[in-house]
Design a protein around this ligand. Structure first.
Ligand code: TTP
Ligand code: MG
Length: 382
């Protein structure tokens, strides 16, 4: 079975799987999960408020300084992606690829505000919902009972986001969180991909193994060495051989390749943590790049903190070196805070304590242990 475009170019579905027996299968207590991810999120927010940017290559990130700038691309419009520009790429490289692109600094308060608006629309549908990043969320729409009705609901949600906010998103619908996430990425931008249970394996089999959550560059290279390129190749491969190479994680990998993912959606209304991280396109030990990236991440978590009207007590710095060696270091304040300067200085202190001078692949900040700030108090504390 191959994907068939039902409502070109945006909707990919399996029409023969949407009727008859599949309706019955779906009705049999099957889970129906939606994953929604906004398209080129930061860039789309900029284009939405500046219509003159529509259709142009727009790059959000560090100042390119005519090609001499340090720092990285946060994201870019799909028009800029046509030039080869990608998230986390050095901004200097983006400038070489497309010098006439419109380069804009990030405006985190605007993105946080748009994110809150998107999540508000999603929440208004009343399903169990888990927000997993600034621009993506899962909904458990099992109560609608079948995939065609879930698709209709997804189309409503997509139209509401477009009509009310002028932003586009891509949606995947599947029986598990992992497959819904793969499906939302399948036809970006403005895609809707429906994978009912009967079409699950036909959807997964031809995909490159890299699409399986958790398979990074290194695992992909190992799998390729073993002659495994697609999910189908993986399932056709001897499991014992996979265990020999990957240990116990081979079993989880095999389960995901079958689309099995038992994770439940955890309602994210009660914020447990606020985190942001950046993977450098090229590993770096340049202090200027690292510190400026940390400052950007700090501003971003602080904006979400303010938007959620929270104060935090614990900050965790995460550094990943090449080879997936990750160091986390946390520090708790003696009092709750919502002060960006406190976040920035705590980040720097932790960085000095934990950084060993090696090249860094990924860096991140997480805030946790929250207390709600009431609106009046928030105003007075300014
Ligand atoms: P993504 O959803 O990964 O990317 P995107 O929404 O820009 O594009 P896509 O259409 O492929 O979904 O990330 C959401 C936002 O997070 C993105 O707009 C900017 C920010 N971000 C970074 O700042 N650095 C990064 O390396 C990535 C991947 C995202
Ligand atoms: Mg996105």
């Amino acid at each position: 079975m191959v994907p068939v475009t039902v409502n070109p170019p945006a909707i990919t579905a399996y029409p023969d799987a949407l009727h008859g027996v599949e309706r019955e299968i779906a009705a049999e207590n099957r889970r129906i999960i939606i994953h929604l991810d906004m398209d080129s999120f930061y860039a789309s927010v900029e284009v939405q408020r500046r219509p003159d940017l529509a259709g142009k290559p727009v790059v959000i990130g560090a100042d390119p300084k005519q090609g001499k700038g340090r720092g990285v691309v946060s994201t870019c419009s799909y028009e800029a992606r046509a030039f080869g520009i990608r998230s986390a790429m050095p901004i200097s490289q983006a400038f070489v690829l497309c010098p006439h692109a419109i380069f804009l600094p990030p405006d985190f308060p605007a993105y946080t505000q748009a994110s809150v608006a998107v999540m508000g629309i999603l929440r208004s549908y009343g399903f169990l919902m888990e927000q997993v990043s600034i621009d993506e969320a899962f909904l458990d729409v099992s109560p609608v009972g079948n995939f065609p009705d879930a698709q209709a609901r997804a189309e409503e949600i997509r139209a509401a986001i477009r009509n009310r906010l002028g932003l586009s998103c891509s949606i995947g619908i599947a029986p598990s969180m992992a497959v819904a996430k793969i499906a939302s990425d399948f036809k970006k931008p403005n895609g809707l991909t429906v994978v009912p249970p009967a079409a699950l394996q036909a959807f997964l089999d031809p995909l490159p193994v890299r699409k399986i959550p958790g398979v990074g560059k290194k695992a992909e290279a190992l799998l390729l060495e073993m002659g495994i390129r697609t999910v189908g190749d993986l399932l056709g491969h001897d499991v014992q051989d996979l265990i020999g190479r990957f240990g116990r994680s081979a079993i989880a990998l095999h389960q995901l390749a079958c689309g099995n993912d038992d994770r439940e959606i955890v309602d994210s209304h009660d914020v447990k943590s606020i985190s942001r991280e950046t993977t450098f396109d090229m590993d770096t030990d340049d202090p200027e790049v690292i510190i400026s990236t940390l400052d950007l991440l700090a501003s971003s978590v602080c904006d979400t903190l303010a938007e959620e009207q929270l104060r935090f007590k614990t900050l965790t710095l995460k550094i990943r070196y090449p080879g997936f060696i990750t160091r986390n270091k946390s520090r708790s304040l003696s009092h709750y805070s919502r002060d960006p300067a406190t976040v920035r200085s705590l980040v720097r202190i932790l960085f000095r304590e934990v950084y060993d001078g090696r090249k860094i692949r990924l860096i991140g900040i997480r805030l946790s242990s929250f207390e709600k700030t009431d609106a009046l108090q928030a105003t007075l504390c300014l």
